[in-house]
Design a protein around this ligand. Structure first.
Ligand SMILES: NC(=O)c1ccc[n+]([C@@H]2O[C@H](COP(=O)([O-])OP(=O)(O)OC[C@H]3O[C@@H](n4cnc5c(N)ncnc54)[C@H](OP(=O)(O)O)[C@@H]3O)[C@@H](O)[C@H]2O)c1
Length: 330
């Protein structure tokens, strides 16, 4: 198997602050399929492989195990804390007054860190589902988006920056109308916005909206999340890795279609955060951004192949009276 990648060879993206961060990271959501120990072992392997950006979240239920791995890596001198860029996210049940700081304290304790590089609001509503629930599960306490309510959480996020506990703050699962409603109210603008993004769901308008405002885009499910939880699977979903144009490009390069998804993401400009516990895959995912770029014609062919097919629809967050998952996305 090919060896590690020198992190210096991994291209960088520039935050509005001017700081440069890696153009690719590793996701840590096990889709209710991979146990925490397997994921944390992969994080350890990924650090040794040359990954320097990790996307964590309290709701993934594995921050304590990942924290052990970070601690080991720092103590054994494999990497220094300041060489990693570590994201985490506040879960929907912790948006209320005083709760964001409590959630962050738990995340810092679990990850065994003094500060996060970035802390994000995972979803823009306080709506929760029980772990492992079915797709049609509904919580009677769920509510539609409200800019006022969101800003209650965001003001707490801003104070976290003031306290030096997170270097940047960000949002996730936003839309242009929601951003239009909240960005003018933010004392500290989001440095990054995490959103579903793969060749089958390219979100060109939201992507441009963020780029125009110097907000970095982090693309989740960059391979199209083939092992996503069953609650996130629906009739009519299109697998990013089976789009014919993409498969043809993969064949021409002698690559797995997943790798073409990642090359497309990085060359377009978003930061993909692919997940895999398999060394062969996570190594290939990092290596692919350092060699054999796609041609302009291949990039254009993938852009034209967009299916506008959202896979992570979020229907478990719907409120009483909502018609369907589209209501979550304006
Ligand atoms: N902000 C949010 O609301 C949100 C939502 C969803 C996800 N995320 C973040 O985004 C990360 C990635 O998203 P995701 O896990 O949903 O989907 P993903 O990265 O698109 O897909 C992960 C799956 O792709 C397969 N894969 C990865 N690299 C591969 C390769 N080189 N060749 C073949 N197969 C490959 C893996 O299979 P194997 O396991 O077999 O290798 C893995 O199960 C998550 O882990 C999480 O950190 C955030």
């Amino acid at each position: 198997m090919a060896g590690p990648i020198d992190p210096k060879l991994v291209p960088k993206r520039t935050l509005a602050s001017g700081e440069k961060i890696p153009c690719i990271g590793m996701g840590t959501f096990g889709s209710d399929r991979y146990p925490p120990a397997e994921i944390s072992a992969a994080v350890g392997g990924a650090i040794r492989a040359g990954y320097r950006l990790f996307d964590c979240a309290a709701v993934y239920g594995n921050e304590d195990r990942i924290g052990e791995v970070f601690d080991d890596a720092f103590n054994s001198g494999v990497v220094k804390r300041e060489e990693l860029f570590i994201n985490s996210k506040v879960w929907n049940d912790m948006h209320g007054r005083g709760n964001v700081l409590l959630a962050l304290a738990k995340t810092l304790r679990d990850l065994r860190l003094d500060y996060l590089d970035s802390y994000m609001v995972h979803w823009p509503f306080p709506n929760c589902h029980t772990p492992g629930c079915a797709g049609d599960a509904r919580n009677p306490d769920s509510v539609p988006f409200s800019a006022d309510r969101f800003m209650g959480a965001w003001k707490q996020m801003e104070r976290i920056v003031d306290m030096g506990l997170a270097r940047y703050i960000g949002m996730s699962n936003m839309t242009i109308p929601k951003l239009e409603a909240v960005l003018p109210l933010c004392r500290i603008q989001p440095a990054m916005i995490e959103m579903e993004m793969h060749p089958g769901f390219q979100q060109p308008d939201l992507y441009k909206y963020c780029v125009d405002r110097k907000i970095l885009v982090i693309g989740f499910s960059p391979v199209g999340s083939p092992n996503r939880p069953d609650r996130d699977k629906a009739d009519g979903d299109i697998a990013a890795t089976e789009i014919p144009e993409l498969v043809a490009i993969a064949k021409a390069h002698g690559l797995h279609p997943a790798i073409v998804c990642l090359k497309w993401a990085v060359q377009r400009g978003q930061i993909p955060i692919p997940f895999s516990v398999h060394e062969k895959n996570y190594l290939a995912n990092l290596r692919c951004v350092t060699e054999d770029p796609l041609t302009d014609a291949e990039m254009a062919a993938i852009a034209r192949a967009d299916k506008n097919c959202r896979l992570i629809k979020g229907q478990v967050f719907l409120w009483e009276g909502a018609k369907g998952w589209e209501d979550l996305w304006d």
